[in-house]
Design a binder for this molecule. Structure first.
Ligand code: PDD
Length: 287
């Protein structure tokens, strides 16, 4: 396995960053997770754009332009001989002396790790996931805005620990006002009364790229989509629930806390249309 580290492709065992890296010391950095299908990185421009946005929100200057980042991503996939890949691009503040001041760090560290990504088992999409609503509240957008896809993941990890404790696959967090936000690595949707609901960005969530695509597809299908502020009881009383992210795509939820939900037609159909969108993108990109 090969890793991209600061302009070079190196064997995984040589891919090390310093203990003085502020990503390690302070969680000071940003990242993106992408997925490649048949050698093509889906929505690469959107991911790179979001990476630059995250960088700008923490005052980090990425020393590459987007073309160079894209080439580095493809170089890493190819060095590993992968066609279908999970791609993790991390940029930390870089090495510096102890202390929070980003000015201590001269040069960001740039790391790209890839691994094979097959489709999740079909049975999982059929069965749906078990999800809980965590006690851990989502970071306030006025504190650490979830729109920054940052290395500071402890908020999500605390919720993930709660999920594990209850043998659940994912945990949805509320914000401090008791409104639904998002999962630890996913966005949340629920369907009832012929409408699709999802927490709005100002609840304090990451504007997931998959979320954006699914909203677009649903609207095109004539489904009314409501982005807003919703409570636990709004989602408990829904007919269908699903979560979205780059790797899982559209994943149905069959259990939320004590309640059970069917894997219904809306989730199935949106998943199918999402897959079609991926296929079309890959085909067009090749041409
Ligand atoms: N997670 N919300 C959070 C907190 C996330 O970490 C993610 C993505 C999403 C969905 O975003 P997208 O549709 O752009 O993947 C929402 C990735 C998969 C990760 O952390 O690896």
């Amino acid at each position: 396995m090969y890793v991209y580290l600061n302009d070079r492709i190196v064997p995984a065992e040589d891919a090390v960053v310093s203990v003085f890296d502020h990503g390690f010391l302070y969680g000071d950095g940003i990242y993106e997770t992408m997925r490649a299908y048949n050698g093509i990185v889906f929505m690469i421009d959107e991911h790179i754009e979001r990476l630059f946005r995250s960088a700008s929100l923490i005052g980090l200057k990425i020393p590459y332009d987007s073309q160079k980042l894209k080439s580095a991503i493809y170089e890493t996939i190819q060095a590993n001989g992968l066609e279908n890949a999970y791609i993790r691009l991390t940029i930390s503040r870089g090495c510096g002396s102890l202390g929070l001041d980003p000015e201590f760090c001269q040069k960001p560290s740039i790391v790209i790790i890839v691994k094979e990504q097959k489709d999740y088992p079909k049975a999982l999409y059929k069965k749906g996931l078990k999800v809980i609503i965590a006690q851990t509240r989502r970071n306030l957008k006025e504190a650490i805005n979830p729109r920054i896809k940052s290395l500071n993941f402890l908020n999500n990890i605390l919720a993930k620990l709660e999920a594990k404790e209850k043998n659940a696959n994912e945990a949805i967090m509320l914000n401090v006002y008791g409104k639904l936000t998002e999962g630890t690595i996913s966005n949340v949707f629920f369907y009832k009364n012929n409408m699709l609901f999802t927490p709005s960005i100002d609840c304090g969530i990451l504007d997931g790229i998959t979320r954006g695509i699914v909203i677009g597809i649903a609207k095109k299908q004539g489904i009314e989509v409501k982005e807003g502020k919703f409570t636990k009881s709004d989602i408990y009383t829904s007919q269908e629930i699903f979560i979205t992210n780059t790797t899982m795509e559209v994943m149905p939820v069959s259990e939320l806390d004590e309640n059970k939900y069917p894997v219904g037609e809306i989730s199935k159909n949106l998943r199918k249309l999402y897959r079609q969108k991926v296929k079309t993108y890959i085909r067009n990109y090749r041409n």
